[in-house]
Ligand binder design. Structure first.
Ligand code: NAP
Length: 301
């Protein structure tokens, strides 16, 4: 492994005639940390691969995918708003990504585009590393019912959770998601609006509470999906998918109650590591993870 005390700028300076391309399709992409993450990995591994963000308008998605295939990229990530729309342009999709209904990683295998979802596995690995627990027989609350909630609630259900509560501002979306997951996995789920969950103390009936909404994310750091923390204690674990700031108001308040708290940086890093491993077939050493934590946490403090 090479010295990886460098940034994506340094990796950019080393483009050669043999450089392979990986990229990110989305809109917007300007604020993504994926270029820094993947170019750091390439740098550390000494791979001649460069990762580039591509902002794509909705009507151009099909052309963008055809273009990436034509120029023989090794693969690409997909972000908001295309994680579901991309599926119809791919040749094959993994079973888990199909269940989740979202692809965030595409591998180019000799012109065949194969879709995966590494968000869910990145989350599972991060949670396991940081708590030492899995989800088997656990009671889990998921706040939010968007794309990330879908990936996480499905993963938690597939990993054998005992029960899942979905709590969302728009209760119809929570209901749709809970019915879908229950039908696919047989796990028991309930759906609540945020106000009903607050009134009935639903969140503290669960051992693990996962925030998948953007409430509390930079620059609106005073926002929080929970108002009353009085029923939480040391037996509760809070996981917030947000990583900027590293400690949201939700995590600060939960920590005051003695709860274990985890931010979304680990998920971000592991989903990227899995994507890179899918593209290259290389198993990345543990030291890469440490370097990514060091670099990315400096950006988000
Ligand atoms: P999404 O599909 O747009 O879903 C957004 C969710 O947040 C919905 O449930 C939405 O509720 C809720 N929400 C948004 N604004 C709200 C408000 N003002 N009050 C209450 N609820 C609100 O987005 P997503 O892809 O799921 O991403 C959600 C978050 O996860 C983002 O912060 C993203 O950065 C983070 N994320 C982190 C990672 C990681 O690696 N750490 C990976 C993926 C996503 P409604 O249904 O009522 O609109």
């Amino acid at each position: 492994m090479k010295n990886c005390e460098g940034s994506y700028m340094k990796a950019n300076c080393m483009v050669t005639g043999r450089t392979r391309i990986a990229g990110l399709l989305g809109n917007p992409v300007e604020h993504s940390v994926s270029p820094q993450l993947h170019n750091t990995i390439s740098m550390c591994m000494g791979h001649d691969i460069i990762y580039v963000p591509f902002k794509v308008e909705k009507d151009d998605l099909e052309y963008a995918v055809k273009g990436l295939r034509a120029i023989n990229v090794i693969g690409f990530n997909v972000t908001i708003p295309y994680k579901s729309d991309i599926i119809k342009y791919l040749d094959e999709v993994s079973d888990e990504a199909l269940l989740i209904g979202a692809v965030n990683t595409v591998k180019n295998e000799n012109g065949r585009l194969i879709g995966y979802n590494t968000d869910a596995e990145g989350f599972r690995r991060s949670f396991a590393e940081e708590t030492g627990y899995g989800f088997a027989n656990k009671k889990v609350a998921v706040i939010g019912a968007g794309g990330a909630a879908r990936a996480i609630a499905m993963k938690v259900a597939l990993d054998g959770a005992g029960h899942i509560d979905i709590v969302n501002r728009t209760v119809s979306k929570a209901l749709e998601l809970s019915e879908f997951i229950s039908e696919k996995t047989g796990v028991s789920l309930r759906a609540f609006s945020m106000s009903e969950a607050e009134e009935k103390n639903i969140l503290c009936q669960n051992e693990i509470i996962i925030n998948t909404t953007s409430l509390g994310m930079y620059p609106d750091m005073d926002r929080c999906p929970v108002n009353d923390f009085s029923c939480f204690g040391k037996d509760h674990i809070f996981y917030d998918l947000i990583y900027n700031p590293l400690k949201t108001k939700l995590l600060k308040e939960a920590e005051k109650q003695g709860c274990k708290v985890i931010n979304g940086l680990g998920m971000l890093i592991y989903q990227g590591i899995y994507a890179y491993e899918i593209w290259t077939g290389s198993k990345l050493p543990e030291s890469i993870k440490d370097e990514l934590f060091r670099q990315l946490s400096a950006n988000c403090s």
